[in-house]
Design a protein around this ligand. Structure first.
Ligand code: GLC
Length: 717
């Protein structure tokens, strides 16, 4: 795939391909790593047999990193492969799972670091750092969720995203003019496909000069932002850290005057090449540089922009003016950041850049929740940005890889994550795109993005039935927004991600740990997408409990006992989903774009367990201050009676129209407190009065009341 991509790009001559070609391997002097004592400080810990090591940041490969040698050195690699290490984000934090119990290890070192996870020495976890000391935190469990919560207490929680960021997003490296952006928005609207944002890649700039806009192609940014907003669409421009060297270019001149730039070991300003060539690099490790960069966000904030995409912040550098050895396409180990070397701060470079973005929007647009997306980062990055997994490829392998990769990031304290839907490098296909949108139900954001020179992959590019099937996947996503938004809100408090590997809630279950092609969205919704071409059914592992089929978030299907594999029939229009007994899931109706998270219509999809059920909902304005209302829907079962009520906390605003669809009850004899109800095929459908407080159901005693309660222990949300 990678080779094919490069070849095709090369074949494209002086056009887009030429630019892709620039990012291929270039001759560089060999790196004499020993000169830098990369393994200066070592720590060896026991790695008991059977212990699994989850997390460790943005890594490919299986969720359990046991048996791998990992390097922590943020790296731009295009394209990455299924075994590439390291990638763009370094987080030396792992959750160790042993016999169903968890504890965490966090080595808080931004220095270049290696971890040998029981690979060379099968009973040892070995760390080797280029730094002079090691700060190790051992984090108590006993559950993985406890470890994540404590890690968030230590490194910070993510701020609440605006609702629009959770809606559909379209992007492409190659949208060059405002006409291109208009056409994309029109493409969605004409086909009735939902869309909330368009990401704007590097061509909006004037000659790749950061904080400039090419006025020929984008004559009036502010007017364009307003026009898009009129159609319910936000524009999210890209920002790269490299500053073009050009006399008279204000940003460059300021950077030099203010001494804001990274220097060489000899003390000169370090000059390299990114999209701008030559380019210099702001030193985001220094607060005054962060403050200076934050000031430049005025350009976007005043144009009404509310989201930003911070790229190339490993930092990526394709070549150096004075060629020197480097590890990957970045700056040399001995480059200077004030008194510190690049070897020490490289991994944390992006954190400063993203903090500047937060500070910038806080200063110039205090009323909004900015959405900041980053490619690179170090532990704590969740405080300032969401992460996307960089330059993946349009292949089934990359689709499958995205789940353990995003799951692993979530277990590394980064709750808001996504991968390029459809694949960045290479040409997508209709079937791959449909399956990718289905699988992305639980990505925090769903952004279709593609590289320059690849085939167009907007949802309609492959004709029918693919356009309609992508549309159905997007509609499903919008229907699930009340649940996704509630999970996002929970993440800001607990550190728990939206997309959760099964092991997070079933830590003692070996099958759950190894099953990486499915995930949980919250605790009770299990998503089992098809991840291979031509495949129309799949095996699904159901952990302990009882699980109701809710394929496509539609009708209830069969109910299965857990701790077994079942076969899901999944033709191209089907996303297998399962709701655990005891869970209630808040849904709304599809919409062309988001508006507010005070839903006008709510349907609770409920799978009642032997004791009842519980569901959570967080509602607010969808942007601005995070002051909202938290609702707990509770169903308590006492023998043949179920009492349904709600607990509400927080703001008071208009009530939605509420209905319930409940499975798993057995036969319902009577309902008190509903406007109307039907009971068909074991599913009770109820409409509630506007200001409802409680509701009672009478059941037939003799009906099966569900599985053994012991299997239904529900964890903290
Ligand atoms: C990097 C980004 C990619 C972007 C491209 C051009 O490769 O990862 O998403 O499209 O640069 O800006």
């Amino acid at each position: 795939m990678a080779g094919a991509q490069r070849q095709r790009a090369g074949g494209a001559g002086a056009g887009p391909g030429a630019r892709l070609e620039r990012r291929g391997p270039r001759p560089r002097p060999a790196l004499d790593a020993e000169r830098f004592a990369l393994r200066r400080t070592r720590l060896h810990l026991g790695a008991p047999e059977g212990a699994a090591y989850l997390g460790f940041g943005e890594k490919v490969g299986p969720l359990d990193k046991r048996g791998q040698h990992l390097t922590f050195w943020n790296t731009d690699c295009f394209p990455h492969h299924l075994e590439t290490d390291p990638l763009y984000v370094s987080i030396p934090f792992t959750t160790v799972l042993q016999g169903g119990r968890a504890h965490g290890l966090f080595l808080d070192e931004s220095w270049r670091l290696e971890a040998d996870v029981a690979r060379t020495h099968p009973e040892e976890l070995r760390f080797a750092s280029a730094g002079p000391e090691l700060d190790l935190y051992v984090i108590a469990g006993p559950r993985p969720a406890d470890v994540l919560r404590r890690y968030a207490d230590l490194t910070g929680t993510a701020p609440m995203p605006p609702l629009w960021a959770l809606g559909a997003a379209q992007s492409r490296w190659g949208y060059r003019t405002e006409g291109d952006l208009r056409a994309v928005i029109a493409g969605y609207r004409e086909r009735g496909l939902p869309l909330d944002s368009v990401y704007v890649d590097i061509d909006y700039m004037d000659a790749y000069k950061v904080w400039t806009v090419n006025r020929a192609n984008f004559p009036d940014l502010r007017a364009l932002v307003k026009e898009a907003a009129g159609q319910g669409v936000k524009l999210v421009p890209i920002v790269d850290p490299g500053v073009k060297v050009e006399a008279g270019y204000e940003v460059y001149e300021e950077a030099v005057r203010g001494d804001h730039l990274v220097r060489t070991a000899r003390g000169e300003v370090l000059v390299g090449e990114v999209w701008p060539d030559p380019a210099v690099f702001p030193d985001f490790t220094r607060p005054e540089v962060v403050a200076w960069w934050a000031g430049h966000h005025r350009l976007f904030a005043e144009a009404g922009i509310q989201g930003q995409w911070n790229d190339m912040n490993e930092p990526a550098c394709f070549s150096l003016r004075q060629p020197q050895p480097t590890e990957g396409k970045t700056l040399p180990y001995d480059a200077r950041h004030g008194t510190r070397t690049h070897l020490e701060v490289h991994n944390a470079y992006a954190n400063g850049m993203n903090e500047a973005s937060r500070a910038g929007y806080a200063r110039f647009s205090p009323g909004i929740r900015p959405w900041i997306l980053t490619r690179a980062g170090y532990a704590g990055i969740q405080r300032s940005a969401a992460v996307w997994t960089g330059d993946n490829a349009a292949s089934w392998g990359h689709l499958a890889l995205s789940l353990p990769m995003l799951g692993g990031l979530g277990l590394s304290g980064v709750p808001f994550v996504g991968a390029d839907v459809g694949g960045f490098g290479g040409d997508s296909t209709g079937e791959l795109l449909v399956r990718w949108y289905q699988a992305a139900l639980g990505y925090t954001f769903v952004r279709n993005h593609a590289a320059l020179g690849t085939a167009d992959q907007e949802p309609w590019r492959f004709g029918e039935p693919y356009t309609a099937l992508v549309g159905a996947a997007l509609e499903r996503r919008y229907r699930l927004l009340p649940h996704l938004y509630t999970l996002a809100h929970a993440a800001t408090r607990t550190g728990l991600p939206l997309l959760r590997p099964l092991a997070l809630h079933f830590p003692g279950d070996e099958d759950a740990l190894r099953e990486e092609g499915q995930y949980l969205l919250g605790e009770g919704l299990l998503v089992a997408p098809v991840l291979r071409g031509g495949v129309r059914r799949r095996q699904v592992y159901l952990p302990a409990g009882r699980w109701a089929e809710v394929f496509n978030l539609g009708r209830f299907g069969a109910i299965h006992e857990g701790e077994q594999y079942v076969t899901a029939q999944a033709p191209l229009d089907t996303l297998p989903l399962y709701l655990r007994a005891g869970e209630a899931l808040a849904l709304t109706q599809g919409a062309p774009h988001t508006t507010t998270a005070r839903w006008a219509d709510l349907t609770w999809l409920v799978h009642a367990g032997p004791h009842g059920f519980v569901g959570q909902l967080y509602e607010d304005g969808g942007d601005g201050p995070v002051r909202g209302r938290l609702t707990r829907l509770l169903g308590e079962r006492h023998g043949a009676q179920v009492l349904i009520r709600r607990e509400v906390e927080g703001e008071n605003f208009p009530e939605p129209r509420v209905s319930l669809r409940v499975a798993g009850l057995g036969h319902v004899r009577r309902v008190d407190g509903a406007v109307n109800y039907t009971y068909e095929d074991g599913v009770l459908t109820l409409t509630l009065p506007a200001r409802w407080s409680a509701l009672t159901l009478e059941l037939d005693e003799e009906e099966d009341s569900g599985p053994d309660p012991d299997t239904l222990e529900v964890e903290d949300r």
